[in-house]
Design a protein around this ligand. Structure first.
Ligand code: BDP
Length: 696
């Protein structure tokens, strides 16, 4: 087992549960007249054959007890009676029900559309894969978020920015002719978790992606993805009218520029009729944008929106901006630039906001834009690739990070105004909603660079479908589908996963510290990083350690970033007595001897958090070692080796950070804490010129 099959392994179920399923899978009634219907039937045949050890008998209609019946009232007359029950399930929802058809017991997957039936088929397979009984079923499911997209940071030369799983899976050179079977498996995996869109190219993009040659290639991918309900989107370079259009300007208010984008949109839709739209990174980290012409983000987004609107396309305009000129706290800049434009964005624009205000740090408080732009649909951007969380070798399950961000209460409309309710549109009544995940996929056999990183792709999809879902339930499903249904495997694996996010926070950036990684590549600790082109690309800018204490004062006496949150949140974060300890040094500069909830001083607590993080990794190694023989050898071995790397690196983070911060605190280590084995100069001297993913 090399991990290629992801969570769609379909290995035979253990004998005791087999019989039950065989009685409930006597026949498969699933029409196959359209590409999506065929995708559903093929998946069911593949899945049930694998799981139950024999292919289900295909039939045109249910004639025996125990049939599985999949379709829509239009595709399958036997389902016509369910028409009324399908109301409210929309174009992607489905129901799964144990019922009787013509007097015979059956399991029905019914939907309004073929896509709904495909999603329902994957759900049914998940029930079998995870060992749930197929009796008494009565499930209704519909996605709570409309646009559920992966963002590939893939360049046209196949280099993946912040990618740790090998080259880009898009083999642009061989497209459009060669359609790698991987593209189909990619689509299956995404559809199985409800992902319905993919942005093929990096946000730091080249305008070439919009030239006819590359549009043909994107169209070929779209043709593979279409049966699986996945739309293709492209990142658009704002200056494309100059670079590939021969115009002298990209000013969004210039009529020739507007016409160029309209023509470009028409051309794209002639090539890809169901094209999803554009993702745009503008006026951020050196990318061109409307501000180059004295125009606003809304001007820029609306110009593209106008070009796409006649075709039903959307613009996902990123709010990840912080300017070269602005000397203010980077935390505040997106809010400052975007809030004044609330209500000015066209109807087919989503503003895409990272979960936190800095940049995908191991832990961040929720972004203050959530709750601050009620008249604009805001979509969530999570990172699935682990740029700041140990790349592919550290076992970090991101479910708890996503859950924490989504459940955070913005108080925008009183208590209970969670980020999830903003993202799903329910708080402000927006119909256009979205969630994006920066993909962790590459050409590695196991897709994600490590077996456990597959879980992060999986949980992203499940939470994009339902932002209120629970990380632990999803981890349990994933573990059952990926490793084994044996509780002696599932429970230890789930418990490792569930504590792994807190662990990485502990050994990298405890108590609200952030942005302490090595410069450029972001690999390993670099709390001493200073100087260079801009202060907010250093570590010292963020931790502000001195003889008195440590942390970034973002209260009213400091940058006052807390003032961007709703009053109850601002009051909580802004007060040293009420700020949650996990965000303490995010919002406050705190004396080394400050008393923590534990009764310890801040310095002692900090050191113990580092130790706690390293200990957790050691615990995961022990847990995993005990699973030898219960998990297949190949995957077990790789995970074991990666956990060894993680332990080494967790210790490296801990030792380097303590050695560095002790030069400020000038305090001894708390009792029982081991001194770092090397001096600070040693840790500073470690160089990684070829660390992966640094965007060069
Ligand atoms: C940062 C990455 C950089 C991305 C940027 C972005 O370091 O490679 O281009 O975010 O999101 O996290 O645009």
């Amino acid at each position: 087992e090399d991990g290629y099959d992801l969570w769609l392994r379909y290995r035979p179920l253990p004998a005791p549960v087999l019989k039950q399923y065989r009685d409930q899978g006597t026949q498969l009634v699933a029409p196959a007249d359209t590409a999506t219907q065929r995708a559903a039937r093929d998946e069911l045949v593949r899945g049930l054959s694998g799981l139950l050890g024999r292919a289900p008998a295909l039939a045109a209609q249910a004639r025996r007890d125990g049939a599985i019946v999949v379709g829509t009232p239009a595709s399958l007359p036997q389902l016509a009676a369910l028409q009324g029950e399908l109301e409210g399930l929309g174009e992607e929802g489905y129901l799964i029900r144990s019922t009787r058809i013509d007097g015979r017991a059956a399991t029905v997957v019914a939907a309004n559309t073929d896509m709904g039936a495909l999603y329902g088929s994957f759900h049914l397979l998940r029930l079998v894969q995870t060992g749930q009984p197929l009796a008494g079923l009565d499930l209704r499911e519909a996605p709570k978020v409309k646009v559920r997209v992966l963002n590939h940071w893939d360049n046209l030369d196949r280099y993946v920015e912040r990618g740790y799983a090998g080259e880009s899976i898009w083999d642009w050179h061989k497209l459009p002719d060669w359609l790698d079977p991987r593209y189909t498996d990619y689509a299956r995996a995404n559809a199985s978790v409800g992902i319905n869109g993919t942005v093929l190219n990096n946000v730091n993009t080249s305008a070439l992606a919009l030239t006819p040659m590359y549009l043909e290639k994107a169209a070929a991918l779209a043709s593979v993805f279409r049966p699986y309900g996945i739309k293709v989107y492209l990142s658009a370079r704002f200056s494309a009218p100059i670079e590939i259009g021969g115009l002298a300007t990209a000013d969004p208010l210039d009529p020739a520029v507007r016409q160029w984008w309209k023509d470009k949109a028409d051309e794209i839709y002639r090539t890809i009729p169901d094209f999803g739209g554009f993702l745009v990174k503008a006026n951020s980290e050196g990318q061109p944008g409307p501000q180059d012409y004295g125009r606003s983000h809304a001007d820029g987004a609306n110009m593209l929106a106008e070009a796409l609107a006649p075709h039903g396309g959307i613009v996902m305009w990123r709010a990840f901006v912080y300017s070269h000129e602005e000397p203010d706290d980077r935390h505040k800049q997106a809010y400052n630039e975007f809030v004044p434009h609330d209500g000015r964005f066209a109807d087919n624009v989503l503003v895409q906001v990272k979960n936190g205000a800095i940049d995908f740090q191991p832990r961040e408080p929720f972004h203050p834009l959530f709750g601050a732009m009620p008249r604009t649909p805001l979509m969530m951007e999570f990172q699935i690739t682990k740029e700041y969380l140990g790349f592919a070798t550290h076992l970090v399950y991101l479910g708890p990070l996503y859950e924490e961000a989504l459940r955070a209460d913005t108080h925008a409309r009183g208590p209970g105004s969670t980020v999830a309710k903003i993202v799903d549109g329910s708080l402000e009544g927006h119909a256009l909603t979205g969630m994006a995940g920066v993909a962790n996929i590459g050409v590695d056999r196991n897709w994600s660079g490590s077996h456990f990183d597959q879980a992060n792709w999986y949980v992203f999809g499940r939470m994009a479908w339902d932002p209120h879902a629970g990380a632990e339930d999803i981890a349990r499903d994933w573990a059952r589908m990926t490793f084994s249904t044996d509780p002696a495997v599932v429970e230890p694996v789930v418990s490792m996963m569930m504590g792994s996010h807190q662990a990485v926070v502990d050994y990298m950036t405890p108590l609200g510290l952030h942005h302490l990684m090595g410069r450029g590549h972001h690999y390993g600790p670099g709390p001493w990083v200073e100087g260079g082109p801009r202060a907010d690309w250093t570590s010292v800018y963020y931790h502000r350690a001195d003889a008195r204490g440590i942390g970034f004062d973002r209260t009213a006496s400091g940058s006052n970033a807390v003032g961007q949150y709703a009053p109850p949140v601002a009051a909580q974060f802004g007060n040293l007595d009420t700020v949650p300890e996990e965000f303490l040094l995010w919002f406050h500069h705190v004396p080394w001897d400050h008393r923590m909830a534990s009764g310890r001083s801040l310095w002692d607590e900090l050191v113990l958090r580092y130790d706690r993080g390293v200990d957790y990794v050691r615990g995961m190694r022990r847990t995993w070692a005990a699973l030898e023989g219960k998990v297949d050898t190949e995957r077990h071995h790789q995970v074991a080796v990666f956990l060894g790397i993680q332990e080494k690196e967790a210790k490296w983070w801990r030792d380097a950070s303590i050695a560095y911060f002790q030069t400020f605190s000038q305090r001894p280590l708390p009792e029982g804490a081991a001194p770092p084995p090397h001096g600070l100069e040693y840790y500073k001297s470690l160089q990684f010129p070829y660390a992966p993913g640094d965007g060069k």
